[in-house]
Design a binder for this molecule. Structure first.
Ligand SMILES: [Fe+2]
Ligand SMILES: [Fe+2]
Length: 334
């Protein structure tokens, strides 16, 4: 996963992050570098608001990757063939890897992994709202790969040129893997849509349930996204939520048509003058309710993450003891 403005801010109220009084000379030099498309590296000077925005965005992104493993992990034992099982296993494992690169990138900004995980578990930090929806049938695995990973790609391709070096570099590999995820999902949908009547019905039902939440993945509309302007200026984001959402609609409609599925939006229509599809109103009430943790499986997701963290404590402890022993042995040998 997954997006640049997943579930809005971790804070409750929507207001732009205030700019602390920064040294005007340092700030001007920083802004000139960013405007010149140079990467900012962890040891470089950066405005406090830039650092905070990045920690929030990268850690939300990391949380989304690992929470995103849950709805699909749920289907590994029930995949309909060995081939599908092997593919799904690889995909879910990739998402764990994405979480790892992203936590590591966020750590270079001076926040520890333990702090970020604690913020997730205590409900302070957000993750993508999309993972608070349940996966009811096998077709949901197809719809997630096709639409959710598809939306992720749309968001993440521009992030390969985001201004913070470690984040941009992590995105290069993530994007390659997301593209495999998107294709495997679409291939599942293609097989189901071309299968029995019941299979096609399952595919259509999954599309109907995942379409709108996928559009919500791009975050609130631009006029309700208070940090967008600053983020674009600092090249943390390179395209706005609405621009990315439009791109996603434009590529997904022909893909649905190609496999004979219909997108659940009566207002969806090609607009010749704009050169884009027009689409219906997104139910933002639903979006904000899910952000508030009212998604039908939100509690279950967090319980699963906390359990995984607690169950893995012995591995972390053992790794630390092992590392200390190795260091001690190395010092003794010198
Ligand atoms: Fe991912
Ligand atoms: Fe993915």
């Amino acid at each position: 996963m997954y997006t640049t403005d997943l579930s809005g801010k971790d804070k409750k109220k929507s207001e732009p992050t205030p700019l602390k009084q920064e040294d005007p000379k340092l700030l001007a030099a920083f802004e000139a570098r960013v405007a010149n498309d140079e990467f900012i590296e962890p040891k470089d000077w950066m405005p406090e608001a830039y650092r905070r925005t990045l920690v929030r965005q990268i850690s939300q992104h990391a949380h989304s990757e690992i929470v995103g493993m849950l709805p699909e992990g749920n289907w590994i034992t029930r995949a309909p063939s060995l081939r599908r099982k092997a593919i799904l296993l690889a995909k879910v494992q990739d998402e764990g890897g994405h979480g790892l690169y992203l936590y590591a990138a966020a750590e270079t900004l001076g926040t520890s992994r333990a702090e970020m995980i604690e913020a997730l578990h205590s409900g302070k930090a957000k993750y993508s709202t999309i993972f608070n929806y349940p996966t009811l049938t096998w077709a949901d695995i197809g719809a997630i790969g096709w639409l959710v990973d598809g939306a992720a790609i749309m968001n993440q391709v521009p992030l390969q040129r985001t201004s913070f070096g470690p984040y941009a570099r992590a995105m290069v590999r993530v994007c390659k893997e997301e593209s495999f995820h998107q294709r495997q999902g679409y291939e599942i949908m293609m097989a189901l849509a071309g299968g029995s009547r019941e299979q096609k019905r399952m595919a259509q039902d999954a599309l109907a349930r995942w379409w709108w939440p996928s559009l919500m993945m791009f975050g609130p509309p631009d006029d309700k996204s208070p940090n967008t302007e600053q983020s674009i200026r600092w090249r943390i984001k390179r395209e706005t939520n609405d621009e990315l959402r439009q791109k996603f609609v434009d590529v997904s409609v022909p893909q649905a048509e190609a496999i004979g599925l219909s997108i659940p939006d009566k207002k969806l229509k090609w607009n010749e003058a704009r050169g884009h599809y027009d689409y219906g109103e997104i139910d933002w009430e639903e979006f904000y309710a899910v952000v508030r943790g009212e998604g039908s499986v939100a509690k279950e997701r967090m319980q699963a993450r906390v359990k995984a963290w607690e169950d893995g404590a012995w591995v972390r402890d053992a790794a630390l003891v092992h590392a200390a022993k190795r260091t001690a042995a190395k010092i003794a040998a010198e």
